[in-house]
Design a protein around this ligand. Sequence first.
Ligand code: HEM
Length: 509
Amino acid sequence: MEFLVLPGALYFVTLFLLLKLTFSWWVTPIQKYHKLKRCGFGGPTPSFPLGNIQEMKKKNSVNSSLGSSNVTHDIHSTVFPYFSRWQNSHGKVFIYWLGTEPFLYIADPEFLKKMSTEVMAKKWGKPKVFRNDRESMFGKGLVMAEGNEWVRHRHVIAPAFSPLNLKAMRNMMIESTKQMIDRWVTKINSGNSEIDVEDEVIATAGQIIARTSFGMNDENARQVFEKLRALQMILFKTTRYVGVPYGKCFNVKKTLEAKKLGKEIDNLLLSVISTRNKSNKGKDQQDLLGSLMQENHQVDGKKLTTREIIDECKTFFFGGHETTALAISWTLFLLAMHEDWQTQLRDEIREVVGDSELDINVLAGLKKMKWVMNEVLRLYPPAPNVQRQAREDIQVDNLTVPNGTNMWIDVVGMHHDPSLWGNDVNEFRPERFMDDANGGCYHKMGYLPFGFGGRMCVGRNLTFMEYKIVLTLLLSKFSFKLSPSYQHSPSIILSFRPAHGLPLIVQPL
Ligand code: HEM
């Protein structure tokens, strides 16, 4: 009798699956499309199933790679040609589609201000498509957490960046930078004064975060660092179809490779945590991991599980070294182009630091260095966008942003917008930050290198300290010039980085 029942059951299962697919791929996106139109949002017309991805992948007709004598900081239209084009036809707030997922593009700070006054930090979501896509990189760490889970994690993590903890990290930052300087001196003495500064600074920042945050030995640190780098290349350098139904299947090999690397990184971090648990001393160590493992850092009686600690370690490892390293690298690039600013910073270091120790109070006196950092983060923000997902309907004047809408806040777009900064928007002018922490931007929310609201970057004080220590040591030892082999091609590989490295001519002073 069974063979009579089976075809019927199969028929219903197949019908059910087909209906489900038709709904999730076709009917729901069409409903969303019409809803967003009714809510008042325009934008480029999407096509099924790629949305606007085809247009985003089109190469720019302008050569986006410029030689060293031809550098321009007017980069928004070369790095994001599609956003630039769509801004011309649809303004600074519009909808575009990644596959069947709509994204609200925002480059209007006034719209952002109105929207964020409506929503508390814990009510913001992070786009589900990205949470799934970047699972092997961030897991459920703070960057991706939402709601009460985000509150719990943020409560445990924020104290790890207290001045006392940062103080304990200072010596290791100095030590790692001095090792890099020794390598450079050896290289220069052997007759090679061209150094790929980005490569070197990223490796050093990786070592700093591994030592200062997890007390990790250099070999383990190197492995985690290399695997994270490989993971990042797989996730962001290959053509991928985030938001397209079953987009991962277009590149099964890469998807599996990313999963495998993610697992290997988890295991390395797990071994570091287990060693600390066994020694029982680890919990008292005053670094990031020690802080996460402490019993007293609990919210509602719940401390972080080992799985959660691993995800936070990955988040810090990644968010903590790459962004800071890129801020330092872009600074060396801009200082190489503006030697007068190298001289000004060297004079300031001599006056403020002199023979003193590089402690937090002394570093706070490096005011010009802070203006330079702010200006670098404006022109080349290592985090080029901020993402959100609405978890309820949000009213902005006469527009409604429906529950579930993904958002893409174009930080690079706002930082390069002449209507927010004036005609010198694409010039390197650190003095614009002299009397104004917002650099004279006409709108308070037009300058967002560390994000906004309650979800603003939790690690920024660590960055300020590392940035000032590394630059003080480097500028006291070397001068920098742009190498003729440098090709200016800033591009997005999750962060905002020089696509062909950053060769500089480095000379001992
Ligand atoms: C130049 C350096 C850095 C830049 C440009 C940067 C930028 C950002 C941005 C734009 C956000 C998103 C904020 C938002 O969603 O509104 C963020 C969040 C975050 N950053 Fe950073 N960051 C830097 C350094 C660091 C460091 C050193 C660490 C840790 C060691 C770190 C850890 C985090 C974490 C955990 C979050 C998530 C915060 C939350 O959602 O509550 N970042 N960062």
